[in-house]
Design a binder for this molecule. Structure first.
Ligand code: ADP
Length: 503
């Protein structure tokens, strides 16, 4: 504070002294400017600090702050002449230059008011400024962040809306909170707003059905199950599209959305119209079925005649015998393929018959091992000793399963080695295992091994031919018996296939 004022106030009464202390410690900038030249008469420490030591006392405003004069002087003079106060919010002022010489931009809420002596002969302008720089900067940062979030959200929305797949997100209460354009199209709605409803209403609205035509209940919907923690993979449903007035087949995947602490906060599902694909599948199945039926008779004729000729021992010369044997083997191979294809089409139509009888599983294993041991001289088929294990089931079908497993164990162990077969009983199940020391199955291909027509070694040096249906049929047969099939495999070390049958 100016020394004049200091001296003046030293002689002042206690109230004035208190007032002096208040001015001295005020965080607000204060200055008194006198006369039309607006000479700095008094400034408080806050003003001095903001001016970074610029010497202003006794100097006119235009001299002390030439860079601000053009704008500020007319305002201050108007206050002085008219007595009308000036108030400005977040006024930009550069009272101070930084070390680099660049004027630092700061913001102030400014008030300029006229102060007069009681006889009205003395006039001055009191300037009070409150530094709002930090508040302005904070608000700017928030605004920038909001803008960025908005543009990110818009970008995210664009991505969602350009997706082919329909995306639905629901909250914990089971209400759809987000859906993209594909979702609206898939359900044949007019706008995304029509989706703003509770999940329980959807099955009725969409006339949702399982592939066998039975109704889908509210609890069976993928999003509802995902809310309960389930991950739903590739589930097909039929729904009615009101826009096209047609049924469509929709394939959905759904998963829970979890917060950082693992609690479920919602669910997301991704769905796709697979009607065209499913129709192609139906055509493919129909083709397989027709082709297999058409091939069955000619193959049976070929096989029958080749065997009949082979039986006429006397008339067949050794070279012809070899040819007939080759025809017989080839026809046998086609016959097995045709039977597999017929089984596939029966499975697709849900007509894979299983005739149950009681039989000794261990005996069937030993029988298959015995039969297939004759097809190889590089492998040793070892059946672990066991007592009779009696199960109920279709003996021929279980033999088909075992043949597929042992056949593969031999086929995919090109260097030979032991194929170990074992039957054990655990709790209320019979367990069968077939272990080989062959090429194994690459880890990344293991999840698809039971898929129809999937072959893990296609295009590798271990591609020994086949259609990729043996394991698919084997697992379907085992599940038709109420059992399970699984495997462990290490690439380059071998595989163990297991299946269970209820006792
Ligand atoms: P395929 O007629 O091709 O053998 P499968 O359905 O029996 O058809 O088997 C599917 C695929 O699984 C095979 O093509 C092969 O890649 C793999 N596979 C099956 N069994 C074995 C095994 N014991 N060892 C290594 N790979 C196997």
């Amino acid at each position: 504070m100016s020394s004049d004022l200091g001296r003046l106030l030293e002689t002042a009464d206690p109230q004035s002294r208190l007032f002096q202390l208040a001015v001295e410690h005020s965080p607000a900038l204060m200055a008194v400017l006198r006369g039309l030249d607006l000479v700095f008469e008094l400034v408080n420490p806050a003003f001095e600090a903001a001016s970074c030591g610029r010497d202003v006392l006794g100097r006119p405003f235009s001299e002390a702050y030439p860079e601000l004069a053009d704008e500020a002087v007319p305002i201050l003079q108007r206050v002085l002449c008219t007595g009308e106060p000036f108030h400005g919010t977040n006024v930009v002022l550069s009272l101070c230059r930084s070390c680099s010489g660049v004027a630092e931009e700061r913001f102030f809420n400014l008030s300029c008011v006229l102060v007069e002596s009681s006889d009205r002969r003395e006039h001055a302008v009191l300037l009070v400024g409150i530094d709002t720089t930090e508040a302005v900067r904070a608000r700017r940062r928030v605004e920038e962040m909001a803008l960025e979030a908005q543009s990110r959200a818009a970008g995210f929305r664009d991505i969602l809306d350009n997706m082919v797949d329909a995306v639905f997100v629901c909250n914990l209460t089971g209400r759809v909170t987000l859906a993209n354009s594909a979702a609206v199209r898939l359900l044949g709605l007019n706008s995304v707003e029509e989706l703003d409803r509770a999940m329980v209403e959807f099955p009725e609205l969409l006339r949702a059905r399982h592939m066998d035509g039975s109704r889908v209940s509210a609890a069976e919907q993928p999003l509802v199950r995902a809310l309960a923690g389930e991950t739903v993979v590739e589930e097909n449903r039929i729904i009615f599209n009101p826009q096209t007035q047609q049924d469509i087949i929709v394939r959905s995947n759904a998963a829970p959305i979890r917060a950082y602490d693992g609690t479920i906060v919602g669910a997301v599902s991704v769905s796709r119209d697979i009607t065209d694909m499913a129709e192609l599948d139906i055509l493919k199945d129909a083709f397989i079925s027709v082709a297999a039926h058409e091939l069955k008779t000619p193959v049976a004729v070929m096989k029958g005649y080749a065997q009949a000729l082979l039986r006429c021992d006397r008339d067949v010369q050794p070279p012809q015998r070899k040819m007939l044997e080759a025809i017989d083997r080839g026809a046998g191979r086609i016959d097995r393929i045709v039977n597999d294809l017929l089984d596939i089409s029966r499975l697709q139509m849900g007509r894979l018959d299983v005739e149950t009888q009681r039989f000794d599983l261990h005996q069937v294993v030993a029988h298959v091992a015995d039969r297939l041991a004759r097809t190889t001289d590089k492998h040793r088929l070892v059946v672990a000793p066991s007592e009779a294990v009696l199960v109920h089931g279709d003996r021929d079908r279980i033999e088909q399963v075992l043949s597929a497993l042992v056949d593969n164990a031999i086929k995919y162990s090109p260097k030979g080695g032991d194929v170990l077969l074992a039957v054990t009983v655990e709790h209320d199940e019979a367990l069968v295992s077939a272990a080989d020391q062959g090429v194994g199955i690459p880890r990344e291909k293991q999840s698809r091994i039971f898929q129809r027509f999937y072959r893990a070694h296609t295009g590798t040096c271990f591609d020994y031919g086949g259609m990729g249906v043996g394991l698919y049929l084997a697992r379907e047969i085992v599940s038709a018996h109420g059992g399970r099939m699984w495997f462990e495999s290490v690439e380059g070390r071998g595989s163990v296939f297991h299946f269970s049958l209820p006792l």
